[in-house]
Design a protein around this ligand. Structure first.
Ligand SMILES: Nc1ncnc2c1ncn2[C@@H]1O[C@H](COP(=O)(O)OP(=O)(O)OP(=O)(O)O)[C@@H](O)[C@H]1O
Length: 261
């Protein structure tokens, strides 16, 4: 069974084909990574799948339903949730409040109802808090619930971000560089968390520059270069693919040349 299907997706910025004709699919519980050199189109692809950008070409389907062009709110209702490259945490709020906010973001109207203490809002708040505490437990942050978010280590903040995305109970979770800025221990904790979430049947689509992590946890890898899919397959196969090696070496050679000036 296919949970998420991406068909011939493409978008242009000015005259630049940022992403062109990219197709792949995810089964329940599968971890798929999108890799490629800087500027390959990974974030743009994520933005089209998660409803931030409207694709110019192609379709996105969730369990066979065409969801192309739906905004993040509607996609959330269909079970698609994401994290962003830059943390979206409210630093001066507590860890628990951040996790609760994850629930509210997906409950249209509940924030206003809570502000005016409308009937049911107190019960709903209690329910949100209970669910948020369970989520914090799941990402290893239960003991830090009352702390201010700003006091957390970077790795813990990344896990809090994942907890917020999980508040929606997604079937498809898009993670944009979940280990960026993390040290080896923090990266390993995030590895475990992602594997646990996938083991519960959630499909995970990942953009990540940490190749060791990608090779360790992915079931399948999609490789982009200049907006096009140049390879896909199991990690061991993709890492030996001459087109993939060339794309990375070419990008490295360009960076070296730019550095020399
Ligand atoms: N909003 C935008 N307007 C114009 N061009 C854009 C925009 N977003 C991305 N691009 C261009 O589209 C191409 C793909 O960029 P994108 O950020 O998706 O790549 P990436 O693979 O995520 O890169 P990185 O690994 O550096 O994050 C690049 O040429 C980039 O300059």
């Amino acid at each position: 069974m296919t949970l998420l299907q991406v068909e011939g997706l493409g978008i242009d910025f000015g005259g630049v084909r940022a992403v062109n004709d990219v197709s792949f699919s995810l089964k329940p519980g599968e971890i798929v990574s999108v890799i490629g050199p800087n500027g390959a189109g990974k974030t743009t692809l994520f933005n089209m799948i998660s409803g931030v950008y409207l694709p110019k070409r192609g379709r996105v389907l969730i369990e066979g339903e065409d969801v192309t062009g739906m905004g993040p709110h509607l996609l959330a209702r269909r079970g698609l949730s994401r994290t962003f490259q830059n943390l979206q945490i409210f630093q001066s709020m507590s860890v628990l409040e951040n996790a609760v906010a994850g629930h509210h973001l997906h409950e249209k109207g509940s924030v206003l109802a809570d502000l005016f203490c409308l009937p049911g809002s107190r019960a709903r708040s209690r329910q949100s808090e209970t669910s948020a505490r369970l989520l914090l437990e799941r990402v290893g942050l239960a003991k830090a619930a009352e702390q201010e978010a700003s006091s957390l280590s970077y790795g813990a903040l990344k896990r809090l971000e994942i907890a917020r995305a999980l508040a929606l109970k997604p079937r498809v979770l898009l993670l944009d560089e979940p280990a960026a800025g993390c040290n080896a221990v923090e990266t390993e904790e995030i590895d475990h968390l992602i594997a646990e979430v996938a083991a519960e049947g959630v499909s995970i689509l990942l953009v990540e520059h940490d190749m060791k992590m990608v090779m360790r946890i992915s079931n399948h890898i999609v490789v982009l270069d200049h907006g096009e899919k140049i390879a896909e397959g199991e990690p061991a196969v993709v890492s030996r693919d001459p087109r993939v090696i060339e794309a990375y070496l070419g990008a490295q050679a360009k960076e070296d040349a730019d550095a020399v000036g």
